[in-house]
Design a protein around this ligand. Sequence first.
Ligand SMILES: Nc1ncnc2c1ncn2[C@@H]1O[C@H](COP(=O)(O)OP(=O)(O)OP(=O)(O)O)[C@@H](O)[C@H]1O
Length: 304
Amino acid sequence: MQTLIQAKQLSFSYGSKKVLTDINFEIYSGEIIGLIGENGAGKTTLLNILLGSYKADGQLHVFGRQPGNKLNKALIGVMPQNDMRLQSVTVADLLTEVAACYETSLNPKEVLRDLQLSDLARMRLTRLSGGQLRRVSFAIALISNPEVLFLDEPTVGLDVNARQDFWRRIALLKQQGKTIVIINHYLNEIEDVADRILIMKNGQFVFQGSLGQLQQNFRQVKMTFQTRLPFSHFQSLPAVIKSDQTADSIQLVTTSEDQTLAALSTDLPQLHHLRIEQKSLEDIFIALTRKGHTDESIQKATRI
Ligand SMILES: Nc1ncnc2c1ncn2[C@@H]1O[C@H](COP(=O)(O)OP(=O)(O)OP(=O)(O)O)[C@@H](O)[C@H]1O
Protein backbone atom coordinates (compact mmCIF):
# COMPACT_ATOMS: atom_id res chain seq x y z
CA MET A 1 0.00 0.00 0.00
CA GLN A 2 1.23 3.43 -0.93
CA THR A 3 1.76 5.96 1.87
CA LEU A 4 -0.20 9.13 1.05
CA ILE A 5 0.26 11.03 4.28
CA GLN A 6 3.13 10.73 6.70
CA ALA A 7 3.41 12.71 9.93
CA LYS A 8 6.27 12.59 12.41
CA GLN A 9 6.39 14.41 15.74
CA LEU A 10 3.71 16.91 14.72
CA SER A 11 2.93 19.58 17.27
CA PHE A 12 0.76 22.66 17.03
CA SER A 13 -0.27 25.53 19.30
CA TYR A 14 -2.76 28.37 18.97
CA GLY A 15 -0.61 31.07 20.58
CA SER A 16 0.35 29.69 23.96
CA LYS A 17 -2.31 26.98 23.87
CA LYS A 18 -0.82 23.62 22.85
CA VAL A 19 -3.40 21.63 20.87
CA LEU A 20 -1.42 18.80 19.23
CA THR A 21 1.58 17.12 20.84
CA ASP A 22 4.12 14.92 19.01
CA ILE A 23 1.67 13.15 16.73
CA ASN A 24 2.90 10.31 14.50
CA PHE A 25 0.79 8.58 11.88
CA GLU A 26 0.59 7.36 8.31
CA ILE A 27 -2.38 7.12 5.98
CA TYR A 28 -2.25 4.65 3.11
CA SER A 29 -3.94 4.77 -0.26
CA GLY A 30 -7.44 3.23 -0.37
CA GLU A 31 -8.03 3.31 3.38
CA ILE A 32 -11.07 4.63 5.18
CA ILE A 33 -9.93 6.24 8.41
CA GLY A 34 -12.30 7.10 11.25
CA LEU A 35 -10.84 9.99 13.21
CA ILE A 36 -12.62 10.19 16.53
CA GLY A 37 -12.16 12.01 19.79
CA GLU A 38 -13.97 14.22 22.26
CA ASN A 39 -14.94 17.80 21.47
CA GLY A 40 -11.82 19.95 21.44
CA ALA A 41 -9.41 16.98 21.11
CA GLY A 42 -7.75 18.59 18.04
CA LYS A 43 -9.30 16.72 15.06
CA THR A 44 -10.33 19.75 12.98
CA THR A 45 -7.02 21.42 13.74
CA LEU A 46 -5.23 18.35 12.38
CA LEU A 47 -7.29 18.44 9.16
CA ASN A 48 -6.42 22.10 8.70
CA ILE A 49 -2.74 21.24 9.12
CA LEU A 50 -3.02 18.46 6.52
CA LEU A 51 -4.55 20.99 4.14
CA GLY A 52 -1.74 23.47 4.77
CA SER A 53 -4.05 26.05 6.37
CA TYR A 54 -1.99 25.92 9.59
CA LYS A 55 1.71 25.21 9.86
CA ALA A 56 2.73 22.66 12.49
CA ASP A 57 6.13 21.80 13.93
CA GLY A 58 7.53 18.42 12.94
CA GLN A 59 7.59 16.55 9.64
CA LEU A 60 4.53 16.21 7.42
CA HIS A 61 4.23 14.98 3.85
CA VAL A 62 0.97 14.83 1.91
CA PHE A 63 1.38 13.06 -1.45
CA GLY A 64 5.11 13.33 -0.74
CA ARG A 65 4.88 17.13 -0.73
CA GLN A 66 4.56 19.89 1.82
CA PRO A 67 0.91 20.35 2.88
CA GLY A 68 -0.79 23.14 0.96
CA ASN A 69 1.30 22.54 -2.17
CA LYS A 70 -0.86 23.59 -5.10
CA LEU A 71 -0.42 20.19 -6.78
CA ASN A 72 -2.28 18.66 -3.83
CA LYS A 73 -5.36 20.81 -4.35
CA ALA A 74 -7.11 18.76 -7.03
CA LEU A 75 -6.13 15.56 -5.23
CA ILE A 76 -7.94 16.42 -1.99
CA GLY A 77 -11.67 17.00 -1.57
CA VAL A 78 -12.77 18.65 1.66
CA MET A 79 -16.07 18.80 3.48
CA PRO A 80 -15.42 21.29 6.27
CA GLN A 81 -17.27 21.29 9.58
CA ASN A 82 -19.07 24.53 8.73
CA ASP A 83 -20.94 24.86 5.45
CA MET A 84 -20.71 27.82 3.09
CA ARG A 85 -23.75 30.08 2.96
CA LEU A 86 -22.83 32.24 -0.02
CA GLN A 87 -25.44 34.86 -0.88
CA SER A 88 -27.20 34.70 -4.25
CA VAL A 89 -25.43 31.58 -5.48
CA THR A 90 -27.37 28.53 -6.61
CA VAL A 91 -26.26 24.98 -5.96
CA ALA A 92 -25.69 24.32 -9.68
CA ASP A 93 -23.73 27.56 -10.21
CA LEU A 94 -21.47 26.86 -7.26
CA LEU A 95 -20.72 23.32 -8.39
CA THR A 96 -20.08 24.50 -11.94
CA GLU A 97 -17.70 27.21 -10.72
CA VAL A 98 -15.77 24.84 -8.50
CA ALA A 99 -15.67 22.20 -11.25
CA ALA A 100 -14.15 24.77 -13.64
CA CYS A 101 -11.12 25.09 -11.33
CA TYR A 102 -9.94 21.51 -11.93
CA GLU A 103 -9.02 19.52 -15.03
CA THR A 104 -10.11 16.29 -13.36
CA SER A 105 -13.62 17.50 -12.45
CA LEU A 106 -16.73 15.39 -12.73
CA ASN A 107 -19.85 16.61 -14.51
CA PRO A 108 -21.80 18.74 -11.96
CA LYS A 109 -25.19 17.51 -13.25
CA GLU A 110 -24.13 13.91 -12.83
CA VAL A 111 -22.80 14.51 -9.32
CA LEU A 112 -26.08 16.17 -8.34
CA ARG A 113 -28.03 13.29 -9.86
CA ASP A 114 -25.86 10.62 -8.15
CA LEU A 115 -26.35 12.30 -4.78
CA GLN A 116 -30.11 12.80 -5.37
CA LEU A 117 -29.64 16.55 -5.29
CA SER A 118 -30.98 17.46 -8.75
CA ASP A 119 -34.12 18.97 -7.23
CA LEU A 120 -31.98 21.48 -5.33
CA ALA A 121 -29.90 22.57 -8.35
CA ARG A 122 -31.64 25.91 -8.84
CA MET A 123 -31.95 26.76 -5.16
CA ARG A 124 -29.83 29.45 -3.56
CA LEU A 125 -27.52 28.23 -0.78
CA THR A 126 -29.14 30.61 1.70
CA ARG A 127 -32.50 28.87 1.15
CA LEU A 128 -31.26 25.37 1.92
CA SER A 129 -31.97 23.54 5.17
CA GLY A 130 -29.00 22.50 7.33
CA GLY A 131 -29.13 18.88 6.10
CA GLN A 132 -29.50 19.94 2.44
CA LEU A 133 -26.52 22.26 2.76
CA ARG A 134 -24.47 19.45 4.28
CA ARG A 135 -25.27 17.22 1.28
CA VAL A 136 -24.29 20.02 -1.11
CA SER A 137 -20.98 20.37 0.75
CA PHE A 138 -20.40 16.67 0.11
CA ALA A 139 -21.06 17.23 -3.61
CA ILE A 140 -18.49 20.06 -3.61
CA ALA A 141 -15.94 17.78 -1.92
CA LEU A 142 -16.46 15.20 -4.69
CA ILE A 143 -16.57 17.49 -7.72
CA SER A 144 -12.83 17.55 -8.48
CA ASN A 145 -12.85 13.71 -8.41
CA PRO A 146 -10.14 13.78 -5.74
CA GLU A 147 -7.97 10.88 -4.60
CA VAL A 148 -8.41 11.75 -0.92
CA LEU A 149 -11.46 13.04 0.93
CA PHE A 150 -11.36 14.81 4.29
CA LEU A 151 -14.87 14.83 5.72
CA ASP A 152 -15.41 16.72 8.99
CA GLU A 153 -18.59 15.45 10.67
CA PRO A 154 -20.29 14.78 7.32
CA THR A 155 -23.56 13.34 8.62
CA VAL A 156 -24.48 16.08 11.10
CA GLY A 157 -28.06 17.16 10.39
CA LEU A 158 -28.78 14.42 7.82
CA ASP A 159 -32.06 12.52 8.11
CA VAL A 160 -32.05 8.72 8.28
CA ASN A 161 -32.39 8.21 4.50
CA ALA A 162 -29.75 10.79 3.63
CA ARG A 163 -27.44 9.24 6.22
CA GLN A 164 -27.85 5.76 4.68
CA ASP A 165 -27.31 7.18 1.17
CA PHE A 166 -24.17 8.90 2.42
CA TRP A 167 -22.64 5.69 3.82
CA ARG A 168 -23.57 3.79 0.64
CA ARG A 169 -21.73 6.48 -1.35
CA ILE A 170 -18.68 6.11 0.94
CA ALA A 171 -18.69 2.34 0.25
CA LEU A 172 -18.79 3.05 -3.51
CA LEU A 173 -15.95 5.55 -3.24
CA LYS A 174 -13.91 2.96 -1.37
CA GLN A 175 -14.54 0.49 -4.20
CA GLN A 176 -13.14 3.13 -6.57
CA GLY A 177 -9.96 3.17 -4.47
CA LYS A 178 -10.46 6.57 -2.82
CA THR A 179 -8.80 7.32 0.50
CA ILE A 180 -11.21 8.85 3.01
CA VAL A 181 -10.62 10.43 6.41
CA ILE A 182 -13.88 10.90 8.29
CA ILE A 183 -14.26 12.78 11.54
CA ASN A 184 -17.43 11.49 13.11
CA HIS A 185 -19.05 11.32 16.52
CA TYR A 186 -21.47 8.58 15.41
CA LEU A 187 -19.25 5.67 16.28
CA ASN A 188 -21.71 2.98 15.30
CA GLU A 189 -21.58 4.36 11.73
CA ILE A 190 -17.80 4.57 11.60
CA GLU A 191 -17.34 1.05 12.91
CA ASP A 192 -19.13 -0.35 9.85
CA VAL A 193 -16.91 1.35 7.25
CA ALA A 194 -13.53 2.28 8.75
CA ASP A 195 -10.47 0.18 7.96
CA ARG A 196 -8.62 1.92 10.76
CA ILE A 197 -9.64 4.09 13.64
CA LEU A 198 -7.52 6.86 15.11
CA ILE A 199 -8.64 7.95 18.57
CA MET A 200 -7.47 11.34 19.71
CA LYS A 201 -7.39 12.61 23.27
CA ASN A 202 -5.97 15.96 24.33
CA GLY A 203 -4.06 16.41 21.06
CA GLN A 204 -2.49 12.95 20.98
CA PHE A 205 -3.47 9.63 19.48
CA VAL A 206 -4.31 7.11 22.16
CA PHE A 207 -5.07 4.40 19.61
CA GLN A 208 -4.38 3.71 15.92
CA GLY A 209 -5.54 0.45 14.36
CA SER A 210 -8.49 -1.60 13.17
CA LEU A 211 -11.65 -2.09 15.18
CA GLY A 212 -10.61 -5.72 15.61
CA GLN A 213 -7.26 -4.65 17.09
CA LEU A 214 -9.00 -2.14 19.33
CA GLN A 215 -11.35 -4.80 20.65
CA GLN A 216 -8.45 -7.25 20.99
CA ASN A 217 -6.29 -4.78 22.91
CA PHE A 218 -9.03 -3.38 25.03
CA ARG A 219 -11.06 -6.48 25.12
CA GLN A 220 -13.91 -6.81 27.56
CA VAL A 221 -16.84 -9.17 27.19
CA LYS A 222 -19.92 -9.08 29.37
CA MET A 223 -21.54 -12.41 30.29
CA THR A 224 -25.00 -12.38 31.86
CA PHE A 225 -26.90 -15.45 33.04
CA GLN A 226 -29.38 -16.80 35.58
CA THR A 227 -28.45 -19.65 37.90
CA ARG A 228 -29.21 -21.31 41.24
CA LEU A 229 -25.47 -21.65 41.94
CA PRO A 230 -24.16 -19.28 44.64
CA PHE A 231 -22.62 -15.95 43.55
CA SER A 232 -19.38 -16.85 45.38
CA HIS A 233 -18.90 -19.63 42.82
CA PHE A 234 -18.23 -17.01 40.11
CA GLN A 235 -16.01 -14.58 41.95
CA SER A 236 -12.53 -15.91 41.25
CA LEU A 237 -12.81 -17.22 37.72
CA PRO A 238 -9.91 -16.79 35.28
CA ALA A 239 -9.88 -13.49 33.28
CA VAL A 240 -12.91 -12.11 35.17
CA ILE A 241 -12.25 -8.49 36.16
CA LYS A 242 -15.69 -7.63 37.54
CA SER A 243 -18.65 -9.59 38.89
CA ASP A 244 -22.08 -8.34 39.94
CA GLN A 245 -25.27 -9.88 41.18
CA THR A 246 -28.76 -8.45 40.63
CA ALA A 247 -32.12 -9.82 41.81
CA ASP A 248 -32.41 -12.23 38.88
CA SER A 249 -29.03 -12.49 37.18
CA ILE A 250 -25.26 -12.56 37.50
CA GLN A 251 -22.99 -10.42 35.34
CA LEU A 252 -19.32 -11.12 34.72
CA VAL A 253 -16.94 -8.89 32.79
CA THR A 254 -14.04 -10.90 31.36
CA THR A 255 -11.02 -10.12 29.25
CA SER A 256 -11.21 -13.62 27.71
CA GLU A 257 -14.54 -15.37 27.34
CA ASP A 258 -12.68 -18.49 26.18
CA GLN A 259 -10.80 -18.82 29.48
CA THR A 260 -13.84 -17.97 31.57
CA LEU A 261 -16.17 -20.32 29.69
CA ALA A 262 -13.58 -23.12 29.86
CA ALA A 263 -13.53 -22.76 33.65
CA LEU A 264 -17.33 -22.83 33.70
CA SER A 265 -17.69 -25.78 31.30
CA THR A 266 -19.05 -28.24 33.89
CA ASP A 267 -21.50 -25.59 35.20
CA LEU A 268 -22.92 -24.70 31.78
CA PRO A 269 -26.07 -26.88 32.15
CA GLN A 270 -26.93 -24.80 35.23
CA LEU A 271 -26.46 -21.41 33.53
CA HIS A 272 -29.68 -20.20 31.93
CA HIS A 273 -30.39 -17.37 29.47
CA LEU A 274 -26.63 -16.95 28.96
CA ARG A 275 -25.86 -13.78 27.01
CA ILE A 276 -22.37 -12.82 25.82
CA GLU A 277 -21.81 -9.27 24.58
CA GLN A 278 -18.63 -7.82 23.10
CA LYS A 279 -17.95 -4.20 24.00
CA SER A 280 -18.91 -1.88 21.18
CA LEU A 281 -16.60 0.78 19.78
CA GLU A 282 -18.70 3.30 21.67
CA ASP A 283 -18.10 1.54 25.02
CA ILE A 284 -14.36 1.37 24.35
CA PHE A 285 -14.24 4.98 23.21
CA ILE A 286 -15.96 6.14 26.39
CA ALA A 287 -13.55 4.10 28.50
CA LEU A 288 -10.54 5.45 26.59
CA THR A 289 -11.47 9.11 26.62
CA ARG A 290 -13.39 9.56 29.84
CA LYS A 291 -12.02 11.99 32.37
CA GLY A 292 -9.74 10.45 34.96
CA HIS A 293 -8.46 7.81 32.57
CA THR A 294 -4.72 8.50 32.61
CA ASP A 295 -2.72 8.56 29.41
CA GLU A 296 -0.45 5.91 30.92
CA SER A 297 -3.33 3.52 31.58
CA ILE A 298 -4.70 4.10 28.06
CA GLN A 299 -1.33 3.35 26.47
CA LYS A 300 -1.03 0.19 28.55
CA ALA A 301 -4.52 -0.91 27.58
CA THR A 302 -4.09 -0.15 23.90
CA ARG A 303 -0.43 -1.15 23.70
CA ILE A 304 0.69 1.70 21.47
N1 LIG B 1 -8.68 29.46 15.98
C1 LIG B 1 -8.48 29.01 17.22
N2 LIG B 1 -7.85 29.76 18.15
C2 LIG B 1 -7.60 29.31 19.39
N3 LIG B 1 -7.97 28.06 19.83
C3 LIG B 1 -8.60 27.28 18.95
C4 LIG B 1 -8.89 27.69 17.62
N4 LIG B 1 -9.52 26.68 16.97
C5 LIG B 1 -9.63 25.68 17.88
N5 LIG B 1 -9.09 26.02 19.06
C6 LIG B 1 -8.97 25.20 20.26
O1 LIG B 1 -8.16 24.07 19.92
C7 LIG B 1 -8.67 22.89 20.52
C8 LIG B 1 -8.91 21.85 19.44
O2 LIG B 1 -9.97 22.32 18.60
P1 LIG B 1 -10.49 21.48 17.36
O3 LIG B 1 -11.52 22.28 16.68
O4 LIG B 1 -9.32 21.03 16.57
O5 LIG B 1 -11.13 20.22 18.11
P2 LIG B 1 -12.05 19.04 17.53
O6 LIG B 1 -11.44 17.77 18.02
O7 LIG B 1 -12.22 19.19 16.07
O8 LIG B 1 -13.41 19.32 18.30
P3 LIG B 1 -14.96 19.09 17.87
O9 LIG B 1 -15.22 17.60 17.96
O10 LIG B 1 -15.70 19.84 18.91
O11 LIG B 1 -15.15 19.64 16.49
C9 LIG B 1 -9.92 23.31 21.30
O12 LIG B 1 -9.55 23.45 22.65
C10 LIG B 1 -10.31 24.63 20.70
O13 LIG B 1 -10.89 25.45 21.66
